[in-house]
Structures are given as structure tokens and as C-alpha cells.
Design a protein around this ligand. Sequence first.
Ligand SMILES: NC(=O)c1ccc[n+]([C@@H]2O[C@H](COP(=O)([O-])OP(=O)(O)OC[C@H]3O[C@@H](n4cnc5c(N)ncnc54)[C@H](OP(=O)(O)O)[C@@H]3O)[C@@H](O)[C@H]2O)c1
Length: 246
Amino acid sequence: MNPKLPTPDYTSLDLPPPPRDRPYVLVNMVMSADGKVVVDGTEQGIGSKADQRLMRELRVNADIVLNGAGTLRASGSSSRLGDPALEELRFRRGKPRLPVAATISASGDLPLDRLFFTASDFQAVVYLAHSTPPERCEDIEATGRHVVLLPAEAPIEAMLRHMRHELGASVLLCEGGPSLNAQMFRLDVIDEYFVTIGPVIVGGEKTLTPVEGEPYTRETLRQLELVSAVSNPATSEIYCRYRVRR
Ligand SMILES: NC(=O)c1ccc[n+]([C@@H]2O[C@H](COP(=O)([O-])OP(=O)(O)OC[C@H]3O[C@@H](n4cnc5c(N)ncnc54)[C@H](OP(=O)(O)O)[C@@H]3O)[C@@H](O)[C@H]2O)c1
């Protein structure tokens, strides 16, 4: 627990070493009390400042912060920590002050004027599908960001291998969205799932939940083990940390 705030301390997670072919993978999401992750097109309005602080604390542990292109288009994305003290903590641990930001896209339809492409205080990698139109690849490369073309077969596994072996990443923090989360859960490459439950109801039959894609069955349900659940009376939020059972 953080002694000053009714929140957990996510700056110093005690994480096991990564597997051989991928980083150790954390997923972080915020959802409403009815399990929805989007209101008016983005996640904004579901989590409080305390939740956003925890999101940044989680980034302290990460070598790479990943968002799907859908999230980059809707909300923008970066790997910033928003607090020099958090950057200093990383620095003292021998890590770069900011994690690398990453995104994945097949269309190549990315907002090249967003911070992800224009910021100079963090590095960023763009993973593109085999099928991405070449002119889109060129436009993205022209921003100066590192572009990696993924194979048609098993692209997510190839991305994770690249992160582990070429970028030397031990910890990947995936911050959604739901369709990327779904693929990663399906491939069984997620190790821990962090979710904040916000005290609001969003509703809507088609409103996104943290994990989209094909549903599991009773036989194939993805099983989790609760590591911690901390309630915050000041915000009425609950901060949950689960480990994926294998
Ligand atoms: N509440 C929260 O914590 C939270 C967190 C994150 C996001 N969100 C919200 O979730 C929404 C976005 O979610 P989403 O599920 O639509 O999008 P998403 O998961 O962020 O991104 C999906 C996109 O990523 C790319 N992609 C995924 N898998 C790929 C693969 N194997 N190969 C190549 N590209 C791949 C594709 O991009 P292209 O379409 O470019 O091909 C795909 O359309 C936004 O409204 C956002 O605000 C909420």
C-alpha cells in the first residue's frame, strides 16, 4: 500500500523473469461498474486522477508500453510518466527515463500528427502487418519512428519476439484496447491483468468491454488468480491485480 494515499503502490512490482521468446506481459484497463471501457468514444471519464496515477506507476515497470492502433486513433497514446520522480525511479534502476511506446496496425491509418509520432522525449516503434499498403509504411517511416513489418503468419508472436530479442524488453505493458487484449489472451501471452473498476454505469449493448473477440466457453474460460484488490474510499474505485493461471 502507498502510505500516503488509499491506493496500492504499483511502482515496484516484484515480477518474475520473462519467458525466453517474449517479455513478461501486463495488461492495464479501466472499466465502469457495469464492465464497459468506453464512454463517448474514449476511456476518459471512467477513471479518476488516482487511477491515472496508477497507470503511470505501472509504466515505471515497463520497457515498452503498447496500444492497438484503434486506441491510438481514439485516445492518442504515449509512454510518458507525467512525474519527474517516477522518471528518476526508473533512472536509478538503470532504465531509460521513459519506456518505449509501441503500436500495431494493419491498415497503417495512423494519426501522424499525434504525440506518439511527434514527441522527442520517448522512442516509439510501429509494428505493421504484411498487408499494410506500402505508401502508408513510407509515410509512417518518414516521421522517423522505427517501423517493423510483421509476417503474415503469427504476427503477434513475431512482435513479442522482436520486443524481447531485438529491443531487449523484459516487461511489456499493454494498455489495450479490447481487440488487441482479446488476441493476446487468446494466444495465452498475458501474465497479469490490472483493472480499475470505476463507480459509474455506462450501459449500451455494444459498448466495448476490456476483452472483445470470440467468447470463451465454460470449458475454455481464461482463469485468473487475484493478487490484490484495493478499494479507495476517496474515489469509490477498486484497483484489482490478477495473475493469469496456467
Ligand atoms: N478503458 C480503457 O482502459 C481503455 C484502454 C484502451 C482503449 N480503450 C478504448 O478502446 C477503444 C479502442 O479499442 P479497439 O478494440 O477498437 O482497438 P485496439 O485494440 O486499440 O486496436 C485495434 C487495432 O489494432 C490493430 N491490430 C490489432 N491486432 C493486429 C494484428 N494482429 N496485426 C495488425 N494490426 C493489428 C488494428 O489496427 P488497424 O485498424 O489500423 O489495422 C486494429 O484495428 C477506444 O475507444 C479506446 O478509447 C479503453
